[in-house]
Structure formats: C-alpha cells, structure tokens
Design a protein around this ligand. Structure first.
Ligand SMILES: *Cc1c(COP(=O)(O)O)cnc(C)c1O
Length: 382
C-alpha cells in the first residue's frame, strides 16, 4: 500500500532522543522544550512560542486568551478538521460556521457579508443579531498548507473588533512571497497562531503543538495556563484553573530534529507536486487544486479535484485502493457533525461541492518516483 502521509525520521531524531534520555530529563522541564520553542520562534521570526501537547491544546489556549467566554460565539470554517472547532465547545461557547472559497479556505466575501448584515457593533462588542450573542473571535485555517487570505481576514477582524486566530496546524513553513505581509509566516499574522506536530503533519513530534502570539504577555499567560497555572512552585498555589498542556522533553527532542529538516521536506513536497501536476493537467477527469500564488506554501497535502462531475468520489477512492493507493476524502463538514448540526451555518454552498469532489492523494516526503508513476497511471485509467 502506498500510504497517504507518513513521517520522515531520517534526521537527528535518534541522536536528540538518546541525548534527552541520557540526561534523565524526559518530562516537561528538559532543555529541548526551551530549545524547540526558541528554534520555532527564530524560524517563524516571532518573539516567542509555547510548546504544548497538541495543536488542539494550542487552539484552546488561543481562544481562552482571546477572552472567549461561555455563551459567546466564534466564527469557524465548516471545511476543516474538527479540532479547529471543538475547543470552542470546550469553553461552552458556540461556533458559527462559514463556507469555503475555491481555495478551500474560509470565504472572506461571505464572512464580510455576515459581519456587515448579520451583526451589530454594541457596547459589549460585536453581537450576532440572530442569536444575540457576542462574537469574540474568528478562526482562520490554512487548509492543507495553503495560505488563507490574511490581508482581508486581518482587515475584517480589526474593523469588527474580533480576535483573529490562525489554525496553522497544517501550514508550518507557509509564508507570503509578496503583498502587505511579505515574508510573514502563516500563524504569525493574526493575534494567535496554532501549529500541530501530529504524526501526519509536515513535521512531527508524535503528538504535539505550538502556540505563537502577537502579544508577548499572552504567550507568557499561555505557558502559565498550560502548566496548571501554578503560582507557587513550592507550596503549589494556583489562582486559576489551568491545564496539563506542556510538551515533554522527548517530544521536543523530536521536534528540534524535525524542524531542521522542514525546508528539505517542503522542497520535496514542491517537486512532487509539480511532478503530479504535469502528469495530471492533461487528464480529462482530474485536476490538482492550485496553491495561493502570493505565498510559498508548504504543500502539505495535495488535493485531487474530480473535474468530471459524473465521477463518484467513493468509487474513485475504491478503484485506487484496489491498486494499493491510499487516499482520503475531505473531513465530514463540521456543521453537519452531530454535535454541531443545530449551530448557525451561513449559506454553506461551496464546502459541500468540494467535499464531494476532492480527495487527497499520497504526499509523503519519502514518496518514490515509481510510486507516483503508479498513481498517475492508475488515475489515467479511471
Ligand atoms: C491536525 C490539525 C489540528 C489539530 O492538531 P492536533 O495536534 O492533532 O491536536 C487542528 N486543525 C487542523 C486544521 C489540523 O489539521
């Protein structure tokens, strides 16, 4: 079976893990945690970063630090992994679902229309007129590593006074090549950026995440909340309800080694994307979705678009599976998941269209040319 996406551990992973083991510091206090945070901050060109247990934890902390309270609302895309949404519910707040555009990222036209027509600025903040709840933040997800339209998202969030949280779980290494945010990385433009190092992400720590913040004091607060909000380390005084979200030294040792390989991984992802794209472009039935031209995208996942609307997505996946090729549909849309089916969803039209017509094809950095040829040949026969 050619897997969809597997980790590439050919760098200094073993060396740093053994070093961490030899040091005896395997929990959250070891030196690799601080080193991984520094390495991420210097790669991303941010003042700091907070290493946590998962991307989900990073999003949860970002929402808490944005001041989201129970009973308030957060705007989220429906086309995303469920972890972009669930932390809203952890807080007892409510998601409001937005559609995607043709890049699969949040539709800024609809977002603007929603903010303008459906919301009112009040003394307690932006209020959703249909629910009477305060809207505190918007979560923008860089789907499959493709830069969302941060110029518009930032302008809208500022105009309407809501926090902008970037779910950059899939987009480590994506940055603007031009425009207002030239040189800036996905996850460093909004108020908060959340990254994930889950097993299938572009770099992995087995499981883990990282939070960045525009405001240095928010980042310090994130580290405090992630470490059980301990105010006195000897008498164990806690003045707030905290979380056990800190990353361990073993995870961080993996992270340091993986981050050293990130640029190589992106180069491979670019080369493989171009190889697929050249071969798929002439096909009648398929097309690879493009990445944002203004950005150097990390090209984490490749989206195969079923151009021929007569093709059935599940049957295409089944035919590929019979040829030992693993593929995956886009996540079940969040607004249709059982726990959110009564939530507000604002004119969701494109998301179901793409959900039905896009599958992800193998994209590991260890993919061999002969494996890509096999995949291309299988596609050409459908
Ligand atoms: C992977 C992912 C997350 C969650 O990251 P974990 O580290 O698995 O908690 C959140 N959002 C998106 C879009 C993701 O792909």
């Amino acid at each position: 079976m050619i897997p969809l996406s597997v980790p590439n551990l050919k760098g200094n992973e073993k060396k740093y893990i053994s070093d961490a083991l030899d040091s005896g510091w395997i929990s959250t206090a070891g030196s690799y945690v601080a080193r991984f945070e520094q390495d991420m901050a210097s790669y991303l060109n941010t003042a700091g970063a907070a290493a946590v247990q998962s991307g989900t934890a990073a999003i949860h902390l970002a929402l808490l630090l944005s001041g989201v309270k129970p009973g308030q609302e957060v705007i989220v895309p429906t086309l995303t992994f469920i972890a972009s949404v669930n932390p809203v519910a952890y807080i007892g707040a409510f998601p409001v679902f937005m559609d995607c555009d043709d890049s699969l990222n949040i539709d800024c036209d609809k977002l603007e229309e929603f903010l303008k027509k459906e919301c009112a600025m009040t003394s307690s903040g932006l209020v959703n007129k249909s629910t009477n709840r305060v809207i505190k933040a918007v979560v923008a997800v860089h789907i499959f590593g493709n830069m969302a339209d941060m110029e518009r998202l930032k302008a809208l969030s500022e105009q309407y006074g809501i926090h902008l949280i970037e779910d950059a779980a899939e987009a480590l290494g994506t940055f603007y090549k031009q425009g207002k945010y030239q040189g800036q990385f996905a996850g460093t433009i909004g108020d908060f950026g959340a990254y994930s190092f889950n097993g299938n992400k572009i770099i992995t720590t087995g499981g883990g995440g990282m939070l960045t913040a525009k405001d240095g004091s928010a980042l310090e607060k994130a580290k405090y909340l992630a470490a059980q909000a301990k105010d006195d380390p000897f008498y164990y005084i806690h003045n707030e309800v905290g979380y056990n979200y800190r990353m361990t030294n073993l995870q961080a040792a993996l992270g340091v080694a993986q981050l050293e390989c990130l640029e190589d991984f992106i180069r491979i992802k670019e080369i493989n994307y171009d190889y697929y794209e050249n071969a798929i472009a002439p096909m009648e039935n398929f097309e690879l979705l493009k990445f944002n031209l203004n950005a150097r995208n990390n090209r984490w996942f490749y989206s195969l678009f079923l151009k021929n609307h007569g093709l059935d997505r599940n049957s295409v996946m089944k035919q590929l599976k019979e040829k030992d090729i693993e593929t995956r549909p886009i996540w079940q849309l969040a607004h249709t998941q059982r726990m959110y089916e009564n939530s507000q969803a604002y004119f969701i039209e494109k998301a179901p269209f793409y959900w039905n017509r896009v599958i992800n094809i193998p994209c590991s950095t260890s993919l061999l040319k002969k494996e890509m040829d096999h995949i291309i040949q299988a596609l050409s026969r459908i």
